[in-house]
Ligand binder design. Structure first.
Ligand code: SF4
Length: 338
């Protein structure tokens, strides 16, 4: 195992010290940089490699098929065109009301406060999203406030990706206070992969901010494989549950990464040890560049049936697909066409 002493580093230093060069990443993992075809470097120019040392330390050196590595390493297959795989698979640009605001569901309202992520996941459905034009500035708050007040059915705010936990605690605190000032808002949901890839992000100041909010806080983390959940990550997640903060996990079903009931069953058990409840298992969104992660409907069906047989009901995530324009995610189990 590689020891980067990341456990002692604060999260900001880790965020400022990401690995961004694919050849450097392979060398650190004792893999030949020659395995990168020129297309992979071009893919990296289009959607840059970004991965923290803390996440790389959980990859197994010498294994080119490591499931954590496959999620972040640019691949020449990303350049292929495939029918149905598009740049905005969920038609989010059409659902954007104000900069940084997506109002897709009646009672929930998405805020994308930043386009930055600590890690670039190659399958991300927002990999082509024009974040630059879609981030609220500080002086956009009155417009957002006005919009929320004129939509009283909205009672839940979702901070989504880019990754809201790449923001400083001060900036998060500012937004939490703004949302707390509106009595109609009861729930704040934070979607983030940072607690998985840089577990030190869950620092004392952040935990205190979350536990002292008048809003009911739900943190939805994103882990796809049990090897992501090392002891430090689990311990950091567990402390949130101990402060009565609900932590859920969502995963994406990915060919070559977690396409087996055995791996996903182990993931559910490991999450439970960290006091995180499995929430969603997403079928891949058909985003351009991610076709090589896609699975056939019968394979998905098979994996999910085996999970149902192997796990107690409370550890089975809901298998869902998001369909552009739909008011909710579409549950897939029992549906014959994916
Ligand atoms: S938004 Fe989430 S899935 Fe997409 S690249 Fe960022 S961390 Fe990964």
């Amino acid at each position: 195992m590689i020891n980067y002493l990341y456990q002692e580093q604060n999260w900001q230093s880790q965020l400022n010290d990401l690995i961004t060069d694919p050849q450097d990443l392979l060398q650190r993992l004792q893999l030949s940089p020659d395995q990168l075809l020129s297309g992979a470097l071009l893919a990296s120019e289009q959607f840059r490699l970004r991965v923290p040392h803390a996440f790389v330390s959980r990859m197994v050196p010498g294994n080119p098929l490591d499931p954590l590595l496959l999620q972040v390493l640019p691949h020449h297959l990303e350049l292929e065109e495939h029918e149905g795989f598009v740049t905005d698979p969920l038609a989010e640009e059409a659902a954007s009301q104000l900069p940084g605001v997506l109002h897709k569901y009646t009672s929930r309202f998405l805020l994308t406060l930043t386009g930055a992520c600590a890690v670039h996941c190659r399958y991300c459905f927002r990999r082509h999203f024009p974040y630059q034009q879609n981030q609220p500035r500080n002086n956009d708050w009155p417009d957002i406030q006005h919009y929320l007040l004129s939509h009283p059915a909205v009672n839940e705010i979702i901070l989504s990706g880019g990754d809201p936990l790449t923001l400083s605690n001060a900036r998060l605190s500012l937004w939490v206070k703004r949302l707390e000032s509106l009595s109609q808002i009861k729930i704040l949901r934070i979607h983030s992969r940072v607690p998985i890839v840089i577990p030190n992000r869950l620092d004392e100041e952040l935990v205190s901010l979350l536990k002292n909010s008048r809003l009911r806080i739900i943190l939805v983390v994103h882990s796809n494989h049990p090897a992501e959940l090392d002891d430090l990550t689990c311990a950091q997640l567990r402390q949130l549950a101990q402060q009565n903060i609900l932590v859920l996990n969502q995963s994406v079903l990915l060919k070559g990464v977690n396409d087996s009931a055995r791996v996903l069953t182990e993931l559910s058990h490991r999450l439970f040890e960290a006091q995180v409840m499995p929430y969603y298992l997403h079928v891949l969104d058909k985003v351009k560049g991610a076709h090589h992660f896609d699975l056939q409907a019968d394979q998905i069906d098979d994996i999910y049936k085996q999970m149902l047989a192997a796990l107690p009901g409370y550890l089975v995530p809901r298998l869902v697909r998001e369909i552009a324009g739909e008011k909710n995610k579409t549950p897939l189990y029992g549906v014959s066409t994916f």
